[in-house]
Design a protein around this ligand. Structure first.
Ligand code: ZN
Length: 188
């Protein structure tokens, strides 16, 4: 993974803007694949510190607890953070691999609810970042990867903003981090 400490927040913002002449859905599909991959790699570096003892429930600070539910009409399940995050990543990959939702074939249309699917993906991926910032920042620091976390999170949040993919209330658990990322004040 490449970090980007030399890049300003505005330059990172430019990286996610829809390039001229590119189809919006294709651009979003490409970005959301990359963002999923990035958060998986980032979380992978601290997984050994995210145990059932250290993080018995998937939370993002004292006020936010996330329960897992695969589909809207499923029962909710309380999982440890690691369990929850691996479910999110498996679920995300199933969606990204689905030809109906993320068509690989050129010219094959995206479904009408494509943007809703992307929003749901982004909301769930955001929770992984929120958990990492709350409980594992020190681990990233110790591993010298906090700079990577900050860079990829800044890209993630600019993409979410650019295409209006995550509601403001959902950002509350790490609102200060989000604001810093946007301002370019997120420092390792
Ligand atoms: Zn954890």
């Amino acid at each position: 993974m490449r970090g980007g400490n030399a890049r300003s927040s505005q330059q990172i913002h430019d990286l996610v803007k829809l390039p001229l002449g590119t189809d919006k859905n294709e651009w979003m599909a490409k970005l959301v694949c990359e963002l999923t991959d990035e958060v998986e790699k980032l979380y992978g570096t601290v997984t050994e510190y995210c145990t059932t003892e250290s993080c018995p429930v998937m939370t993002a600070g004292p006020g936010w607890k996330y329960l897992w539910r695969e589909k809207d009409d499923d029962e909710t399940e309380q999982l440890c953070a690691r369990g929850y995050i691996s479910r999110v990543l498996e679920w995300a990959k199933r969606i990204l691999d689905s030809e109906e939702i993320f068509p690989n074939e050129i010219g094959r249309p995206f479904p009408d609810d494509f943007e809703d699917k992307v929003k749901k993906l982004m909301s769930r991926l955001f929770r992984i970042y929120a958990h990492c910032y709350w409980y594992h920042q020190e681990h990233f620091k110790a591993l010298n990867t906090l700079e990577h976390l900050n860079f990829f999170f800044t890209r993630f949040i600019w993409f979410a903003r650019e295409f209006d993919l995550i509601g403001p209330a959902e950002l509350d658990p790490i609102k200060n981090i989000v604001d810093k990322a946007i301002r370019g004040d997120l420092r390792a």
